[in-house]
Ligand binder design. Structure first.
Ligand code: C2E
Ligand code: CA
Ligand code: CA
Length: 795
C-alpha cells in the first residue's frame, strides 16, 4: 500500500515545494503501479473538459478575428482561426491517442510531457496573432486582447490543473505572451501591469497546484478503496470456493442479485433458474412434503423477511436433487441511501452432517440400545406429558410395570449374550401386544414399562395384562436352549391411582411389589391398601432399629430328624420379633424389610451368635442350621462374623450349618465361590435352602459345592396328591445323591409324607409333624420326649 510522503520540516521551503509537487503528481515511487493509471486519469480529466475549451476558443478566436478584421491581412486571421481550432482538435485526438489499455487506461511520464509541450505549442499558436496585433491597435483593442489573454491564461490554467506541468507551461506561455504584448504597448505603465500579470500567473499556478493536489488525493483515496474492494472480493470468492457456506443476496423483490457457483450447487439448480424465481418461491418448492418442521421453519423465514427482522441459525430442511438436506440461514436486511428496504444479504450453510449427528444423539438419548424401545429418559418425558393430558382431558391411561421373575438366574446361568437375546425377544413379544399410540419402554435390566391409552379402564387393563402374560408364557428359544419366562405385572390407572408422574409410578411400583409377593407370574392392580402396607413397611423399618437394641427378637428352633434313625440331627434357627404392640411377628414379614435396609446384617449376626451359643447346650451330635440371607452372604465380613461366632461360643464348625438360597449365589460368581470355599474349608456345612422354587438349575449345584439340599415344602405338601410333585422330589433326591449331597425335606405335616420321603431316599425331614419351631428353653424337654417316641417307631 503506498504510503503518503512524510511531512517536511516547515522551515525548508524548497522541500515544501518538492513535497507539493510530489503530492500533485504521479510517481512510481509513491503510487506504485497506480502511477500509470493516475497519469491517464490526469489526461482524461483534461480531455473531458476539451469540448468546453473548444467552444471557448472558438468564441475567443472568432471575436478577435472579427474585431481586428481589416487591421491584419484577412488570410492571416483566417489561418489563425483555422490553426487554433485545428490544434485543439489535434490536441484532443493526440491526448486520447496517448492513452493505452481499454479497461483501465494507462499513460507514461513521457505522455504527460508530450501533452505539456502540445499545450504549450497550442498556447504559442493562440497567442501569436493577439501579440502581433497588440501594438498596432488602439487602447480599446488592447483592452480586449489583454482581457482575452488573461482570461485564457486563468481559464486554461484551471482547466489543465489536473496536469500541473502542462498547466504551468500553458500559464507561463500565456503570461509571457501577454507580457510581450504589453511590453510593446505605448499606453500602459509597463512595470505595474507586468508585476500584476506576474502575480496572477503565480496565483493561477498556485491554484492549479492546489487543485492538482486535491485531484491526486481523490485518485489515491479511490485507488485505496478500489484495492480494498478487490481484497474483499478476493476474500469472498475464496470463502465461496472453499467454505461449505454460501452467500446470498436478494433484491427488494426477493430475486437473487447474483448467483455464485456455490449457491447454484447448494440449490441444485442452474444460475438461470435461480435468477428467474424469487428466493421464497424457490425455497417453497424445495420443502420436503408433509414435514411439519419444514413448514414451520419456512413460515418463520417468511415472517422474518416480511417484518424486516434480521435472523440467524434458522434451520430449514430442503430437498436438493432428491436428497434431504438441512440449511442454516442467517441474513440482515439491506437499506438504500434513503433508508428504504433494498433486500437481504446473508449466509447459508449446509448443516446436514451436524443435524444427522444431532438427531442420532437425540435418538440415542431416547432409545434403549439393546431392545430399540424407548428408554427411561424418554419414558419419563412421555409420562409427564401423559399425566398433564390426563388431567386436562380426563381420559384414562394405564401404567404397567412388567418385571421378569427369573431373569437374573437365566442371565447368570446362560451368560449375558443369551440374557440380552432373551430381553430382546421379551421386548418383541410385549411390543406385539402394544396398540399404536401407546409407549413401551425398557427402564433398565428386566424392567419394562407400558403407558397405554387403549387400556385406560380396569377391564381393558386387566385384559392387556392377561395378554402380556400369555405372550410371555411360551418358552423362548435362545439358540439351542429353551427358556421359561415368567413376569409379574403391576398396574396403575391414571387418574384413579395418581395424577402426577410420581404418584402414578409409586402406585404401579407397589402393584408390582404385590404381584411379586403374590406368587409371581401374575398381574395386580394398585389398591390403596398397598400404599398402607408400604407405609407399614416403612414403619417397620424404623422400629426394627430400636427392636434390635432392645433385644425384642427371639430365636426359635425347629428340629430336623433323620428318616433312617428317627434321631434329631439338628435344629433350624428361625427368628421371631416380639413386637411390643403387635405381639409375635413372623420373619416373612420383617426379613424382606431388613434386607431392603441392610439391617439384616446386624440382625443375622445376632441370630447366628445366639444360635451358636444355644447349640453348645445340646448333645454333641446335634447341629444348628442358621439362615443366611443373600445380603449377609455377599457382605465382605461374612466369614469373619461366622468365625467370630464360633470362636466366642466354642461351637465346633462341623456343628454349624448355614442355609443359603440360590439368590445369594447369582450376580457375583467368583465372590460366592470364594465365600463358600472359605466357609467349607473351615469345616462349616452349607445347605441350599428352598430348592425347587427358585432358578433350581443344575448349574448352581455343580458350580457351588455344598453339603445339603433342602427340598421346598411346596413339593412335600402335594406329594400324595400330585404325581408331578412326586416326580420332582424323586428327581431332586436322585440328583442330590449323584452330587453326594444330603437332602432335607421341609414342611412335613403328615406321617404319610414322611413315609413317602423315607421311601424315596430323603435323608432328613423337618416339619410340623415332628415339631413346630420352639423357644430354646423347650428343647431339652423336646429331646427327652423324642427319645421314647423314636424308639416306639413313631418317626
Ligand atoms: P425357611 O428357611 O424355609 O424356614 C422354614 C419355614 O417353614 C419356617 O417359617 C418354618 O416355621 C416353616 N415351617 C416349618 N415346618 C413347616 C410345616 O410343616 N408347615 C408349614 N406350613 N410351615 C413350616 P418361618 O419361621 O416363618 O420362617 C420363614 C422364613 O423366614 C424362613 O424360611 C427363612 O427364609 C426366613 N428366616 C427365618 N429366620 C431367619 C433368620 O434368622 N435369618 C434369615 N436370613 N432368614 C430367616
Ligand atoms: Ca431355612
Ligand atoms: Ca426353606
Amino acid at each position: 500500500m503506498p504510503q503518503p510522503p512524510p511531512p517536511p520540516p516547515p522551515s525548508d521551503w524548497r522541500q515544501r515545494l518538492t513535497t507539493l509537487w510530489r503530492e500533485a503528481s504521479a510517481s512510481e515511487h509513491v503510487d506504485g503501479h497506480n502511477a500509470r493509471h493516475f497519469r491517464a486519469r490526469q489526461i482524461l480529466a483534461v480531455v473531458g473538459l476539451l469540448p468546453m475549451v473548444f467552444m471557448g476558443n472558438l468564441v475567443g478566436t472568432v471575436t478577435i478575428a472579427a474585431t481586428f478584421w481589416g487591421q491584419m491581412p484577412s488570410w492571416s486571421l483566417c489561418l489563425w482561426v483555422v490553426l487554433a481550432v485545428l490544434s485543439l482538435v489535434l490536441l484532443d485526438r493526440g491526448m486520447r491517442g496517448l492513452l493505452t489499455g481499454t479497461a483501465k487506461p494507462v499513460a507514461t511520464r513521457r505522455d504527460l510531457h508530450i501533452v505539456s509541450s502540445s499545450v504549450a505549442t497550442f498556447a504559442v499558436i493562440w497567442a501569436a496573432i493577439p501579440v502581433m496585433i497588440f501594438p498596432t491597435t488602439d487602447h480599446l483593442g488592447q483592452l480586449l486582447i489583454s482581457s482575452v489573454l488573461v482570461g485564457m491564461m486563468c481559464g486554461g490554467g484551471l482547466i489543465l490543473s489536473s496536469i500541473p506541468i502542462a498547466a504551468c507551461a500553458y500559464v507561463l506561455v500565456m503570461a509571457g505572451a501577454t507580457a510581450m504584448a504589453l511590453q510593446r504597448s505605448i499606453y500602459v505603465n509597463n512595470v505595474s501591469i507586468l508585476g500584476l500579470l506576474g502575480i496572477w500567473a503565480v496565483t493561477v499556478m498556485g491554484v492549479t497546484m492546489a487543485n492538482a493536489r486535491m485531484f491526486f488525493s481523490r485518485l489515491r483515496t479511490e485507488a485505496e478503496a478500489d484495492r480494498q474492494r478487490q481484497l474483499i472480493d478476493l476474500l469472498l470468492r475464496d470463502f465461496e470456493e472453499h467454505a461449505s457456506d454460501w452467500l446470498w443476496e436478494i433484491s427488494h423483490t426477493g430475486h437473487f442479485r447474483h448467483v455464485s457457483a456455490r449457491l447454484a450447487q447448494s440449490f441444485g439448480l442452474s444460475a438461470h433458474q435461480l435468477l428467474k424465481h424469487s428466493f421464497t418461491d424457490l425455497v417453497s418448492t424445495m420443502l420436503p412434503a408433509e414435514s411439519t418442521e419444514a413448514a414451520a421453519a419456512f413460515d418463520q423465514l417468511q415472517s422474518h423477511l416480511r417484518l424486516g427482522r434480521p435472523f440467524r441459525d434458522l434451520e430449514l430442511p430442503v430437498q436438493v436433487d432428491g436428497e434431504l438436506r438441512w440449511w442454516s440461514l442467517m441474513a440482515k436486511p439491506l437499506f438504500d441511501d434513503r433508508g428504504r428496504a433494498a433486500g437481504w444479504r446473508g449466509v447459508g450453510a449446509d448443516v446436514t452432517q451436524g443435524r444427522i449427528a444431532r438427531d442420532e444423539m437425540a435418538r440415542l438419548a431416547n432409545v434403549d440400545a439393546l431392545t430399540g424401545l424407548a428408554n427411561r429418559h424418554c419414558f419419563s418425558l412421555e409420562l409427564a406429558r401423559v399425566c398433564a393430558s390426563v388431567e386436562t382431558s380426563q381420559r384414562g391411561c394405564a401404567l404397567l410395570f412388567v418385571d421378569l421373575d427369573n431373569f437374573k438366574g437365566i442371565n447368570d446361568s446362560l451368560g449375558h449374550a443369551l440374557g440380552d437375546q432373551l430381553l430382546r425377544s421379551v421386548a418383541a413379544r410385549i411390543k406385539a401386544c402394544v396398540a399404536p399410540g401407546d409407549l413401551l419402554a425398557r427402564l433398565g435390566g428386566d424392567e419394562f414399562a407400558l403407558l397405554s391409552w387403549q387400556a385406560g379402564d380396569e377391564a381393558s387393563a386387566a385384559e392387556l395384562g392377561d395378554r402380556l402374560l400369555a405372550a410371555l408364557a411360551t418358552p423362548c428359544q435362545l439358540e439351542d436352549v429353551r427358556v421359561e419366562v415368567r413376569a409379574s405385572i403391576g398396574m396403575a390407572l391414571a387418574p384413579r391411582d395418581g395424577i402426577s408422574p410420581q404418584t402414578l409410578l409409586q402406585s404401579a411400583d407397589l402393584a408390582l411389589y404385590a404381584a411379586k409377593a403374590g406368587g409371581r407370574n401374575t398381574h395386580r392392580f394398585f389398591v390403596p391398601v398397598m400404599g398402607e402396607s408400604a407405609r407399614a413397611r416403612a414403619r417397620l423399618q424404623q422400629e426394627m432399629g430400636v427392636a434390635l437394641a432392645d433385644e425384642q427378637f427371639a430365636v426359635h428352633y425347629q428340629p430336623q430328624v433323620s428318616t433312617r434313625t428317627g434321631q434329631v440331627v439338628g435344629f433350624e434357627a428361625l427368628v421371631r420379633w416380639q413386637h411390643q404392640e403387635r405381639g409375635l411377628i413372623g420373619p416373612n414379614e420383617f426379613i424382606p424389610v431388613a434386607e431392603e435396609t441392610g439391617q439384616i446384617v446386624p440382625l443375622g449376626t445376632w441370630v447366628l451368635r445366639q444360635a451358636c451359643k444355644v447349640a453348645m447346650q445340646w448333645p454333641g451330635s446335634i447341629r444348628v442350621a442358621v439362615n443366611l440371607s443373600a445380603v449377609q452372604f455377599r457382605s465382605h465380613s461374612v466369614v469373619d462374623i461366622v468365625e467370630q461366632a464360633l470362636a466366642d461360643s466354642g461351637l465346633p464348625p462341623e456343628r454349624l450349618e448355614l442355609e443359603i438360597t440360590e439368590s445369594a449365589l447369582i450376580d457375583d460368581h467368583e465372590g460366592a465361590q470364594a465365600t463358600l470355599a472359605a466357609l467349607r474349608s473351615r469345616g462349616i456345612r452349607v445347605a441350599l435352602d428352598d430348592f425347587g422354587t427358585g432358578y433350581s438349575s443344575l448349574a448352581y449345584l455343580r458350580r457351588f459345592p455344598m453339603d445339603q439340599l433342602k427340598i421346598d415344602g411346596m413339593f412335600v405338601r402335594s406329594l400324595d396328591s400330585d404325581p408331578d410333585a412326586q416326580a420332582v422330589v424323586t428327581a431332586i433326591i436322585s440328583l442330590a445323591k449323584a452330587l453326594r449331597l444330603e437332602t432335607t425335606a421341609e414342611g412335613v405335616e403328615l406321617p404319610e409324607q414322611m413315609v413317602m420321603l423315607r421311601a424315596l431316599g430323603c435323608d432328613q425331614v423337618q416339619g410340623f409333624w415332628m415339631a413346630r419351631p420352639m423357644p430354646a428353653n423347650e428343647i431339652a424337654a423336646f429331646l427327652a420326649r423324642m427319645e421314647p417316641a423314636r424308639e416306639n417307631g413313631l418317626y
